[in-house]
Design a protein around this ligand. Structure first.
Ligand code: NOJ
Length: 543
């Protein structure tokens, strides 16, 4: 673990989804030795930390977010020795590992749950949330995030248990101190192995009050986090990031202000929900309005300044590929991928790269329902059909938003199965792998890969990126997003054209000193009459 305090503020995190990263033994499933084999690639990109999605023993109903043993490794991924080797070898590259901590729920095959369901007096009964039927039906109307009721009937004891995800992911009962102590043990077990922190899965749900219909941000949530901090990672110099979908600024400060002693930072998703119809599900699509994006980012950039800490991300394993979403994944794929990175990397916070983002991987856009292997997608399909949506409408929304768009195997080269494996992978490779892959990116000095590498270097060299105060400019411009960052004597200005059209803007009061980075070779310096080509984006140092 690193020595400097707040080392994670100027770190770059790379998310690895093990199942799809690199298969080393040709069973079609990615594995830990595969990740080890790619450490030099990650080191070359310039990252500091790997966020490793769950590698624990699991029946894989939700690709490892259903854990049956927190201290064992899922066999197809390797052994505990492999895991120790990964931690050790990463350190030799100066790369830290953070683990995914999934403790809102377990798998139904976890020993705690198998015991819990046996009888009402079992000592693990209260590790989960059981309720009697109400008028012969489910206890209440709470819904699962994967569609349908959040209650599942179990005939052994004639009661229902709570599950906010699939019915094979029963929710843990955080009111139970005995259960919480078991979680602390797991956290300390992994800290002792030498990892440097945790990404905490749907952590805003642990304070749930199912009888009051409260899912997120329950009354004891912060108490549980604080207590966990004191009993585990708070004693060390670790980084923690909580997944909190609907956090407000106030919540964000509470989670990430150091005085609260809870987390280093959070993932909040407000900017990732702007392309859905407000108040509806994410499958009800709407085009992104740049003015709304500016408003949301600006709110978080200023709201957490000096009070908390932001994470910066466009992608993860639950989100479609950003270049297909807010960029243009055909004509201007390269320009728009670079533009999106520029816009984000100019802001304050810790950047996260999701595997393949650095080479501009696109959505899979699968046409057939069978190609979507995700449990969520399959459940949602049934739900939307029952709600009266047409097959075409549903597939169209899946092509844009399904999680599997981001989960196709990593595209390493143009050989069959994209260098991910020598055998048919667990899910289909994206059709465009012969064009979009790591090998091609490394050969082309102008690739998205080298652009990310340059952005990373730039952030490391200039403190203004880490500490500078954010100021939105030209607020009502619907095509261009521009903002300044100011820190002591250094100021930068970021301008990003969000469209495929040429546009000009007037920042007459600003004077450019140098161009720090641009996605076009010959960008203009004239800020009083700045012409930006399709998706052109520039970071200036200004006087
Ligand atoms: C969030 C994870 O990122 C997602 O992949 C998973 O399905 C749910 N939490 C449930 O663990």
């Amino acid at each position: 673990m690193r020595k400097e305090k707040n080392w994670w503020k100027n770190s770059i995190i790379y998310e690895v989804y093990p199942k799809s990263f690199q298969d080393s033994n040709d069973d079609g499933i990615g594995d830990i030795p595969g990740i080890i084999a790619r450490l030099d690639y990650l080191n070359y990109l310039g990252i500091d930390v790997i966020w490793l999605c769950p590698v624990y023993e699991s029946p894989q109903v939700d690709n490892g977010y259903d854990i049956s043993d927190y201290t064992k490794i899922f066999k197809p991924y390797g052994t505990m020795e492999d895991m120790e080797k990964l931690i050790h070898k990463s350190k030799n590259f100066g790369i830290e590992i953070i683990m995914d901590l999934v403790v809102n729920h377990t798998s139904n095959e976890h020993e705690w749950f198998r015991e819990s369901k046996k009888n009402k007096s079992n000592k693990f009964r209260d590790f989960y949330i059981w309720r009697e039927a109400v008028n012969g039906d489910v206890p209440n109307d709470l819904q699962s995030n994967f569609g349908g009721s959040a209650w599942k009937y179990d005939k052994t004891t004639d009661e229902f248990y709570l599950h906010f995800y699939s019915d094979k992911q029963p929710d843990l009962n955080w009111k139970n101190l005995k259960m919480r102590k078991e979680i602390w043990k797991i956290i300390n077990f992994w800290i002792d192995k030498g990892i440097s922190g945790f990404r905490m899965d749907v952590i805003d749900l642990i304070g749930k009050e199912p009888d009051k219909m409260i899912k997120e941000n329950g009354p004891h949530l912060h108490e549980y986090l604080h207590e966990m901090y004191e009993n585990t990672y708070g004693k060390y110099n670790l980084m923690t990031v909580g997944e909190t979908w609907g956090a407000s600024i106030e919540e964000g400060i509470h989670y990430s202000n150091p005085d609260c002693r809870e987390l280093s930072m959070i993932f909040q998703f407000e900017h990732m929900q702007l392309d859905k119809i407000s108040g509806k599900s994410r499958w009800d699509l709407k085009t992104l309005d740049l003015l709304e994006l500016k408003e949301v980012f600006s709110k978080w950039q200023t709201g957490l300044f000096d009070k908390g800490w932001n994470s910066l991300f466009w992608n993860n394993h639950d989100l479609p590929r950003i270049v297909s979403r807010f960029g243009d994944d055909s004509t201007f794929r390269i320009e728009s991928a670079k533009m999106l990175a520029t816009l984000l990397y100019g802001m304050q916070g810790t950047p996260f790269i999701y595997q393949g983002e650095e080479i501009g991987m696109t959505n899979a856009h699968f046409d057939h329902l069978e190609d979507y292997v995700d449990v969520e997608t399959q459940n949602i399909y049934k739900q939307r059909i029952a709600q009266g949506f047409s097959h075409e409408n549903i597939i169209n929304s899946f092509k844009k938003k399904a999680r599997d768009n981001a989960r196709t195997p990593m595209q390493w080269d143009s050989t069959l199965f994209s260098g991910f494996s020598n055998t048919d992978p667990w899910m289909k490779v994206n059709k465009n792998y012969q064009e979009i892959n790591v090998e091609n990116s490394l050969k082309d000095g102008d690739s998205i890969f080298y652009y990310y590498k340059k952005l990373i270097k730039l952030r490391k060299k200039n403190d203004v990126f880490i500490y500078g105060k954010y100021e939105l400019m030209d607020k009502n411009n619907p095509f261009v997003y521009s903002y300044k960052r100011v820190y002591t004597h250094d100021s930068i200005l970021v301008a990003a054209n969000f469209t495929s059209k040429i546009t000009t803007l007037d920042l007459v009061n600003e004077k450019a000193q140098e161009i720090l980075i641009s996605n076009y070779a010959d960008s203009s310096y004239d800020l009083s009459n700045l012409t930006l080509r399709p998706y052109e984006s520039i970071i200036f140092r200004i006087r």
